[in-house]
Design a protein around this ligand. Structure first.
Ligand SMILES: Cc1cc2nc3c(=O)[nH]c(=O)nc-3n(C[C@H](O)[C@H](O)[C@H](O)COP(=O)(O)OP(=O)(O)OC[C@H]3O[C@@H](n4cnc5c(N)ncnc54)[C@H](O)[C@@H]3O)c2cc1C
Ligand code: FES
Ligand code: FES
Length: 478
């Protein structure tokens, strides 16, 4: 059974907030935002949407790595249960400037008038600080990507972008090596000196335990669960997938990629192995939620959440992914993702079963992959319709295999069947238009908040045509 706490507790949580060690028996399902503001009275972290949509509640979470260093990521504290930060370093805006002087990030915001009411500013400061800690080369592109989950309603994004650009310019000559990064950023005035001592301080904490889940609710990133039922989860028995370090791996083997069930979408997006075999995914996955969510959200959470428009599910269906599943008694089985979904929010997973690995076969010789998504806004938005295509073409330009998936047009992420008749036809725009017509005729979307059925059919038609046009089209190289 997972360890319990408060009211029948036999386990307290231990973590560090800024410089202060914290020991608490508050419920493991209490969200970090409430703990920071209501229990610790640190009001710099702002509360707004409580749904991961605005970034006002962004904090840094530092997780100890096996080599003893600490990996920092920006996360939305409104969707993050405190049980998930057991053994971690939590940094709020109060913890950035130990002596009340402005950090380099804050000074850049002041210099470029990038704050007005200031409500979004702590979140923006934390996201940019995370960028300083993680970007391989302090690039402006990375700085902008780091801000993709931070919404500002009054300043205007031009001055925020100017502040980010000036920050990148200031860091241009700063040491980049990961092992020297913390020291370099302390010297540059981005983070305070106490960060140096954090790895040792974390080592002294008891650290999280990872007992079998039993009947507890399995929390992966929590970015779906804590939007759906935060009150119920607060008092529930919880089990945290992030504590299964044995499931946090991406392995390249001879037949494909083996991805552990605890891998986050951002780690997958940035993985060298993924970039080597599926180079377009690095940009495609920028369209999934935002950095502060992808830093926690997992691939398996996206699959089991079973949203008809889940981006990862749509991508993995086209890539012919298989799931490896462990039951409560330790027995294991495998299933193709294509037969996993059975109906709206119904899937082939028994109570207590955990997806411990996703297998993604390499692209067959002559194959290309493409993902398309339409949503109301480019970032931080779920799709109206999304679709992915794996298209295999012979040297003489004929289609030999195609796997096309589509979201938003059925009760679950759909692998479109009945397309074999296009094998042997020329892989060109004319065939793409024919396939689009066939696919559009075969789906039965419903009217909902993301659009009418007719609109979704129109979108799907255009997106399938787009699979056969543009930089990813057959016969072109990316
Ligand atoms: C603001 C916002 C924007 C979003 N944007 C997008 C978007 O653009 N695209 C998109 O697809 N989704 C989006 N989402 C939805 C959600 O973030 C994703 O689906 C995410 O991948 C869920 O993963 P998680 O790890 O947070 O899941 P959790 O919330 O932790 O879990 C979801 C479900 O999966 C189960 N589960 C998790 N891992 C396993 C496992 N290994 N084995 C068995 N069961 C498991 C959990 O028990 C739970 O039932 C968004 C959400 C928010 C709040
Ligand atoms: S309060 Fe808006 S993302 Fe957390
Ligand atoms: S400064 Fe007011 S919301 Fe950004």
């Amino acid at each position: 059974m997972p360890s319990r706490n408060k009211k029948g507790a036999d386990k307290v949580l231990n973590f560090i907030i800024n410089q202060q060690p914290v020991q608490t028996d508050e419920p493991r399902g209490m969200v970090l935002l409430d703990f920071i503001r209501d229990v610790k009275c640190l009001s710099g972290t702002k509360e707004a949407c409580r749904e991961g949509e605005c970034g006002a509640c962004t904090v840094l979470i530092g997780t100890p790595r096996p080599d003893g260093s600490v990996s920092y990521k920006a996360c939305a504290s409104c969707l993050l249960p405190i049980g998930d930060v057991d053994g971690c370093h939590v940094v709020t805006v109060e913890g950035l400037s130990a002596d009340d002087t402005l950090t380099l990030v804050q000074q850049s915001i002041v210099d470029h008038s990038a704050s007005q009411c200031g409500f979004c500013t702590p979140g923006i400061v934390l996201s940019l600080t995370a960028f300083c800690l993680t970007s391989p080369d302090y690039s402006y592109e990375d700085a902008l990507n780091a801000l993709d989950g931070n919404i500002c309603r009054c300043t205007g994004y031009v001055s925020i972008r100017n502040a980010a650009r000036a920050l990148c310019d200031r860091l241009a000559k700063t040491e980049r090596a990961p092992e020297k990064r913390v020291a370099a950023l302390i010297s540059a005035g981005v983070i305070p000196a106490y960060f140096n001592a954090i790895p040792q301080s974390l080592k002294r904490l008891p650290g999280p335990s990872s007992p079998p889940c039993g009947d507890a609710v399995l929390v992966a990133g929590g970015t779906d669960l804590f939007v759906q039922k935060p009150e119920a989860l607060r008092e529930s028995e919880l089990c945290f997938l992030s504590q299964r370090r044995d499931l946090d791996y991406i392995r390249e083997e001879k037949d494909g990629l083996h991805v552990g069930g605890a891998v986050t979408i951002e780690d997958f997006r940035l993985s060298a192995e993924v970039s080597r075999h599926f180079p377009s995914l690095k940009n495609d996955l920028l369209l999934h939620s935002s950095t502060v969510l992808r830093n926690k959200a997992t691939i398996t959470g996206n699959i089991v959440n079973a949203s008809p428009i889940g981006d990862m599910s749509i991508i993995l269906l086209a890539l012919e992914a298989r799931l490896a599943i462990t039951a409560k008694d330790g027995s294991r089985r495998e299933t193709p993702l294509s037969t996993f979904y059975k109906g709206y929010k119904q899937y082939d997973l028994a109570c207590g079963e955990i997806i411990h690995e996703i297998f993604i076969p390499f692209l067959p010789r002559g194959a290309r992959f493409n993902f398309e998504k339409v949503s109301n806004r480019v970032y931080l938005d779920i799709a109206a319709v999304n679709t992915a295509l794996r298209l295999t073409v012979s040297p003489d330009g004929k289609i030999t295999d195609l796997r096309l998936s589509a979201g938003g047009v059925a009760p679950f992420p759909l692998l479109i069947g009945g397309l074999d008749r296009f094998c042997g036809t020329a892989a060109n725009a004319a065939t793409g238009a024919e396939i689009a017509k066939t696919v559009t005729a075969s789906v039965k979307p419903i009217d909902d908040i993301r659009g009418t059925a007719a609109y979704k059919k129109l979108l799907l038609n255009q997106l399938v045509i787009a699979h056969f046009a543009g930089p990813s089209a057959p016969g072109t190289s990316r």
